[in-house]
Design a protein around this ligand. Structure first.
Ligand SMILES: Nc1ncnc2c1ncn2[C@@H]1O[C@H](COP(=O)(O)OP(=O)(O)OP(=O)(O)O)[C@@H](O)[C@H]1O
Length: 278
């Protein structure tokens, strides 16, 4: 766990600040000078992001600032046009130990139209550990444990099509947890999840942190996860504008560059903008 202090180093406006941490643990994610484009649009423009073993880091920023693209580049879904990426100290092109990584993508459905039960979807998160062989007893137990962590163990045999959006999300989180990964990367894990379930997920994440997992979370507000977050990295237009302690209590809304339209407000709701970008 990092020793970052939240009280001595307040976030600074529009300057890149580095966390004043004495952390000497090895980097699990080391992204240096990373640039990436989607189509012809430059989306990451020289991003530096280091996450050390046992840290819980929140990646924040306005809609479109590049948060999802950053985590998708870390899991190899978006190629870097320049810069370097190392996972667990291994250059990305040589990294093969994907069983060490759990990834929850942003707002996807669990089945994608393919009929599958909750058990099947979550078991898929265990496959990298079984080397695609049959699930053994320990694997099946890990699947049940992961579902218990997200409060969905009673839905094991249900088709995922019969789940609500928030329940889908919890199943996807269970899928990532089933592999008992050392590094957990989650893109807006609380999206579409009701408040009571958010507490369940916060508890699940706490359990991961307690067993020493390293966590990178894309969030639009810290919410119930706030007490778990060691460090916040804020992106603006594909660049890091803050790297340091998250602000206390007020969450992301106090951070420089926050101008995030909340995706889950009803269609008639006014977008919430703080105007700090303008
Ligand atoms: N397939 C694509 N082709 C071209 N541009 C894209 C594509 N996908 C995303 N973009 C653009 O890339 C930019 C960064 O998108 P990204 O999804 O990384 O942002 P984000 O910070 O995760 O946003 P949000 O908070 O809305 O999820 C946006 O301007 C977006 O419009």
């Amino acid at each position: 766990m990092t020793t970052t202090s939240r009280t001595t180093a307040p976030p600074q406006e529009a300057t890149v600040t580095t966390a004043t941490t004495t952390n000497t643990k090895e980097p699990v994610i080391a992204l240096r000078g990373a640039s990436a484009a989607l189509g012809s649009r430059p989306v990451l423009r020289g991003v530096d992001l280091t996450v050390r073993r046992g840290e819980v880091v929140a990646l924040l920023g306005a809609n479109g600032s590049g948060k999802s693209t950053a985590v998708r580049s870390i899991v190899g879904q978006v190629p870097l046009s320049s810069g370097e990426l190392e996972l667990f100290g291994t250059p990305f092109r040589r990294f093969r130990q994907w069983a060490r990584v759990g990834y929850v993508p942003q707002r996807t459905t669990a089945a994608g139209g393919v009929p599958a039960t909750v058990r099947e979807v979550v078991s898929a998160g265990r496959l990298a550990r079984t080397r695609l062989g049959p699930l053994r007893r320990a694997d099946k137990e890990a699947v049940v444990r992961a579902l218990e962590l997200v409060g969905m163990a009673d839905r094991l045999g249900d088709p995922v099509d019969a789940l609500s959006g928030g329940q889908h999300q919890r199943v996807l989180i269970a899928r990532a947890l089933a592999g008992e990964p050392e590094l957990l990367i989650m893109d807006e894990p609380m999206a579409g999840v009701d408040l009571a379930s958010q507490e369940v997920l916060a508890q699940a994440l706490r359990a991961q942190v307690a067993r020493g997992a390293t966590v990178l979370l894309v969030l639009h507000e810290l919410g119930p996860l706030e007490p778990l977050i060691d460090r916040a990295v804020v992106l603006r237009d594909g660049c890091v504008v803050h790297d340091g302690p998250p602000p206390e209590a007020v969450g992301q809304h106090a951070l420089p560059g926050h101008d995030h339209v909340h995706p889950h407000a009803g269609p008639a709701a006014e977008p919430i903008r703080t105007g700090l970008l303008s």
